[in-house]
Design a protein around this ligand. Structure first.
Ligand code: TEU
Length: 564
């Protein structure tokens, strides 16, 4: 059994994601920077995490905050210089921290040299780096774009009388992976960073890179749902295998693909080690749970059910039971804060639900990804007016609704729960001005609750804080291989208040009990005897085991027991 574990550092590591723009400003311009991350490395190390994933720090005109890259081998001036980057990497290595960068190669910026050349003439050597549709062929078949005010992925460019494809904003033209030269450019830039010592890549919308370049009309089966169609490009797996063979296999690195539109039955095609593609990917099933059917950004009218939350995680765990490996996340820079979304950020329940959710991520199989501020329970900011927003996604959707005479008030209400800026507000370090993030005006408003306990300094000195619970729970995972590799068995499948499961490795069994309810709740576990169970960690002093296998949990209480 032990030999079959196939132990890997990226399976045992805990990832801490940093949105550099919002982490720590050291230059006084209101924008976070690389020196700011360096300044906080000891804090990060002391959390017990192992791997930092940095959102893009490359040169960019920032139409989409760095996801529009104009030079893949340079650092965005606002964030610092290559010397700062080298210093960061070196100081991380000194502390035994690994660095994962963001690889954004479905598209570049329109200000990238390749695109500047490509749009100059139809016979330019870079023409074929992007997808062009000559106007004499008529209007190109409908393709949908995320951040386009008209939702149109084709932009007409007068200079050569042709349209180019942009699945995201007009300033994010899609690279043409069908061109071997483009793929070679990508592999070369990956090598450039690996040679510097980077430990892996999170690959932005990697599921979208392959396209049918005939651009047929969308098959009717996609029914207006573009994302699964975009994710099903004909050559996707050929490209990933080629990338693995050309680059990845030569380095001890980890890869995690961002994979919107990838369904559970397609999962192993990406991460079955025998296929030599990726190590992990992020699925979007949980992110869709509280949204309207097929709508990434629209909150559902009905509240999500815990039984569905459990089903998503149980199904995905089962897929990777024998092969592949999962990645666990509750929020990131594209989705609202986890405690506001899956927990309860009211004063009464904030502490318990934030720590309960941490217990969940750290006791499931699959690599856990935490997003900066999650360790102190940062919450959604819920802006009231459009002028507070900075995200192209919210701003352009607002413009679309405005142009169509739609309901702007309803839209702003929706964004209070759904907007990406909820998750991008500055890190809350202490209770000084701007939460210690910057001495200047921050690029995005700071959440006022930094004055009410949601900050690092205050929580650091309080042993019963969300932060210190996080640190303890991290150690619980690290000290128990069964919590990493053990098999997962769901209990209480239909219970809408409690998520209960066991994790088992050889003779070791852990029982995890998580309340997702604002009320006290009791239940009976009949699967086995828990009489001799020993409590390992809980976010509440109240005892949860009563007699005869009857358990009682306080609101949002989390407990882990070891069965003896
Ligand atoms: O996101 C891809 C993606 O699918 C998102 O559009 C997602 O559905 C949306 O943000 C949900 O709110 C990646 C990056 O993570 C995102 O930040 C970028 O804006 C996007 O790609 C373009 O590079």
């Amino acid at each position: 059994m032990k030999n079959e574990l196939n132990r890997q550092w990226w399976k045992e590591g805990i990832v801490y994601q940093i949105y550099p723009r919002s982490f720590q400003d050291t230059t006084g311009n209101g924008i976070g920077d690389i020196q700011g991350i360096i300044k906080r490395l000891d804090y990060i190390k002391n959390l017990g995490v192992d791997i930092i994933w940095l959102n893009p720090i490359y040169e960019s005109p920032n139409d989409d905050n760095g996801y529009d890259i104009s030079d893949y081998r340079n650092i965005m001036a606002e964030f610092g210089s290559m010397a700062d980057f080298d210093e960061l990497l070196q100081k991380m290595k000194e502390r035994g921290l690994k660095l994962v960068m963001d690889l954004v190669v479905n598209h570049s910026s329109d200000e990238h040299e390749w695109f500047k050349e490509s749009r100059k003439s139809r016979d330019n050597p870079y023409r074929d780096y992007y997808h062009w549709w000559p106007a004499e062929k008529g209007t190109p078949p409908k393709r949908w774009s995320f951040f386009d005010v008209e939702s149109n992925a084709w932009k007409y460019d007068e200079q050569t009388d042709a349209y180019y494809l942009h699945c995201f904003s007009v300033k994010q033209p899609d690279l043409k992976w069908e061109n071997k030269k483009v793929r070679q450019e990508v592999y070369d830039l990956m090598k450039f960073w690996f040679e510097k010592g980077v430990d892996g890549f999170r690959m932005d919308v990697i599921s979208f890179i392959s396209k049918d370049t005939n651009f047929p009309e969308l098959p009717a089966s996609y029914n207006g749902e573009f994302i699964p169609f975009y994710a099903n490009g004909p050559k996707l797996h050929d490209y990933l295998q080629e990338m693995n063979e050309s680059v990845l296999q030569n380095y001890d690195v980890m890869t995690v693909g961002e994979a919107p539109g990838v369904t559970i039955d397609q999962a192993l095609n990406f991460v079955d080690a025998d296929r030599k593609e990726l190590d992990m990917f992020f699925h979007f099933d949980l992110m869709a749970l509280d949204r309207e059917e097929g709508e990434t950004f629209l909150m559902a009218k009905e509240k999500w059910k815990l039984s569905e939350f459990k089903k998503i995680h149980s199904d995905w765990d089962a897929v990777f039971a024998e092969k592949g490996w999962g990645s666990m996340y509750l929020n990131n820079h594209d989705f609202p804060r986890s405690v506001s979304r899956w927990g309860n950020d009211s004063r009464t329940h904030w502490y318990s639900s934030a720590t309960m959710l941490q217990t969940f991520l750290l006791s499931m199989r699959g690599t856990p990804y935490f997003y900066y501020g999650e360790e102190i329970g940062m919450t959604n900011i819920k802006f009231d007016t459009i002028s507070d927003y900075r995200d192209i996604n919210t701003i352009n959707r607002y413009k679309t609704i405005e142009a169509n005479g739609g309901d702007l008030k309803a839209f702003l209400e929706n964004e209070k729960d759904a907007s990406r800026d909820n998750a991008r507000t500055p890190m809350q370090w202490d209770n000084s001005k701007n939460a210690g993030f910057t001495t200047a005006q921050p690029w995005l408003k700071v959440n006022a609750n930094f004055k009410h306990g949601v900050n690092v300094a205050e929580q650091d000195s309080n042993k019963d804080s969300v932060l210190n619970y996080f640190r303890n729970m991290v150690q619980v995972r690290k000290n128990n291989l069964a919590l990493i590799y053990g098999t997962y068995t769901l209990l209480q499948k239909d219970n809408e208040a409690v998520y209960a499961y066991t994790r088992t490795l050889d003779d070791t069994v852990f029982l995890v009990l998580l309340s997702f309810s604002t009320k006290n709740t009791s239940f009976t576990l009949t699967e086995q005897s828990f009489e001799k169970a020993k409590l390992i960690i809980s976010n509440d002093d109240a005892p949860s085991i009563k007699t005869d296998n009857i358990f009682e949990l306080k609101p949002y209480q989390a407990c882990i027991y070891k069965l003896m």
